[in-house]
Design a protein around this ligand. Structure first.
Ligand SMILES: NC(=O)c1ccc[n+]([C@@H]2O[C@H](COP(=O)([O-])OP(=O)(O)OC[C@H]3O[C@@H](n4cnc5c(N)ncnc54)[C@H](O)[C@@H]3O)[C@@H](O)[C@H]2O)c1
Length: 345
């Protein structure tokens, strides 16, 4: 759909967007895309996992503003929400490793932070798009998973399921505010998303494999490596987000966003080695060594994206080879920067 355009939800063209978590991986790509369309953007980010380098292009833009702060700061969130037309709420504690290592902080940011954003959106009658996750489905390995598939969770004492539960609380809050107060909210459930700027530090498998392959180190495969996953390029995720933002009929709906190109982690490791033309070998690591005792994983996680496709006509434009080529190029770029060291002042 061309842009600028007239929208039927009363939101004017060139809406001013508040993107929480906009210095992060997905957020910074969305910010670049919104700015490219001419939309003014304000980013609220505490830089806990996000990086200012991710916003180096955005910061050169006259319609961009960065606010260093937390979604837990209710007065700040209220002020920023009141000054914007629409909100995309991406700020969260993300990544299996981070969630396992800092469970309380993660749970608080992912519940209270979202509640703060939703309350402000309600107070100021602003449409809000909220990032949820495929972790919602827990251990349901029956795939392809539709938006109404069951959640199958282990004990709440397992940190991974507390992340899933926190995001479920966010979804429920958004839905209840919508039903009881008419909040204009849309939920997106991201499945594994990959691409440039994704940090390898918090347990994301492709950036980790790409860096290990580029350095010639063994690729560390957790568990049996038979677990099946799908990976969508971040540019395709951003395209899906923009098409939902542009469609008022997405209001009140929940959408899976992911790839349906399935691969086992062992095969993925081999593909990364091939893509990087690396001599790396594979090294199996038990889950307990990677994440501590009691870690639980699911055999298979595949989205059904029929609903997103039907609502928006969205189709992914990149396949797994494209995803891996980008991840390897990103890893090489980072390696060169490490070798070259910081620029002289
Ligand atoms: N990348 C994926 O594969 C994936 C999968 C499922 C869900 N998600 C969801 O997508 C969203 C974006 O994730 P991402 O992959 O870009 O991760 P990311 O870590 O790169 O981005 C999250 C951003 O939120 C910021 N942040 C964290 N706590 C904050 C706080 N209290 N106040 C303000 N900012 C804060 C971080 O600094 C970071 O910039 C998250 O809500 C995440 O749960 C991502």
């Amino acid at each position: 759909m061309p842009h600028p355009q007239t929208r039927s939800d009363g939101v004017t063209d060139h809406s001013k967007f508040l993107v929480t978590g906009g210095a992060g991986f997905i957020g910074s790509h969305l910010v670049d895309a919104l700015l490219a369309r001419g939309e003014p953007v304000v980013v609220l980010d505490d830089l806990s996992t996000g990086r200012m380098e991710n916003l180096s292009r955005a910061r050169r833009h006259g319609r961009f503003r960065f606010v260093h702060g937390s979604v837990l700061d209710a007065p700040l969130v209220d002020e920023l929400v009141s000054g914007c037309d629409r909100i995309v709420h991406l700020a969260a504690a993300v990544g299996v490793k981070l969630i396992v290592e800092q469970p309380l902080k993660s749970f608080t940011v992912n519940t209270k932070g979202t509640e703060t954003v939703i309350e402000a959106a309600h107070r100021h009658s602003r449409p809000v798009l909220i990032a949820s996750t495929s972790e919602i489905y827990g251990k349901n390995s029956s795939g392809p998973l539709t938006e109404t598939s069951d959640r199958i969770l282990g004990s709440p004492s397992v940190s991974r399921w507390s992340y899933s539960t926190a995001k479920a609380v966010d979804e429920i809050l958004a839905e209840l505010y919508r039903r009881e107060y008419g909040l204009n909210s849309t939920i997106v459930r991201f499945f594994n998303t990959v691409g440039p700027r994704q940090s390898p530090a918090y347990g994301m498998v492709i950036p980790r494999f790409a860096r290990q392959a580029v350095r010639g180190e063994p690729l560390t495969v957790y568990g049996t490596g038979q677990q099946q996953r799908c990976f969508l390029h971040v540019n395709d995720v951003v395209a899906a987000l923009l098409s939902l933002i542009d469609r008022p009929e997405s209001q009140g709906e929940t959408f899976n966003i992911g790839s349906d190109e399935e691969i086992s982690i062992l095969d993925l490791a081999a593909r990364v080695i091939g893509s990087a033309k690396s001599t790396s070998t594979l090294q199996r690591v038990p889950y307990s060594a990677a994440y501590g005792p009691g870690f639980e994983d699911m055999e298979r996680r595949v989205p059904d994206t029929t609903k997103l496709r039907a609502f928006t006509g969205w189709r992914p434009q990149r396949n797994l080879d494209d995803v891996l080529a980008d991840a390897v190029a990103d890893a090489r770029r980072e390696e060169r920067m490490v070798v070259a060291g910081p620029c002289p002042a």
